[in-house]
Design a protein around this ligand. Structure first.
Ligand code: DQA
Length: 141
């Protein structure tokens, strides 16, 4: 059975409450329940942290055994050489996702330090970005 993990970075624990005009008003727990129902034939694990080092620890922990990692590094996308290096160091493919279209927003969000290390990028489709990433892992080989 395929195992996929979704890793969310800082402030994404506040989804549903946080800037709903940008990120919507659905909590991640609510969304995850639906996603797991939709893809009941695979394991979808979930991890969220507001701490950069904990995200790196998690990538190292799962990165040699999981079929795929869906990563929304949130603000660390734009700042973290450490997360980019961790992605390069592991075997599991990583899809970078963003809820919002980062290229439509402030200039600081246009640059992703992690993109060069990932398998692909999906952004701007709301929570559907995660679903598209999971779908990609399931339908790939
Ligand atoms: C985000 C975009 C980032 O710029 C921001 O810091 C986030 C969320 C997104 O999902 O749209 O926290 O990754």
């Amino acid at each position: 059975m395929k195992n996929i993990i979704i890793i969310n970075g800082p402030n994404l624990n506040l989804l549903g409450k946080r800037e709903p005009n940008i990120y919507g008003n659905v909590s991640f727990d609510e969304f995850l329940k639906k996603l797991r129902k939709l893809y009941s034939n695979i394991i979808i694990d979930y991890y969220q942290s507001n701490i950069e080092g904990e995200i790196i620890d998690k990538l190292q922990e799962v990165g040699f055994s999981y079929s795929g990692i869906v990563l929304n590094a949130a603000a660390y996308t734009h700042t973290s050489v450490g997360i980019a290096d961790a992605i390069s160091a592991i075997d599991s493919p990583v899809i970078e996702v963003h809820i919002s279209n980062i290229h439509k927003r402030e200039e600081i969000r246009h640059k992703s330090l992690i993109s060069k290390s990932v398998y692909g990028i999906i952004c701007g489709f709301g929570l559907k970005s995660y679903e598209m990433a999971v779908h990609t892992f399931i339908t790939n080989e």
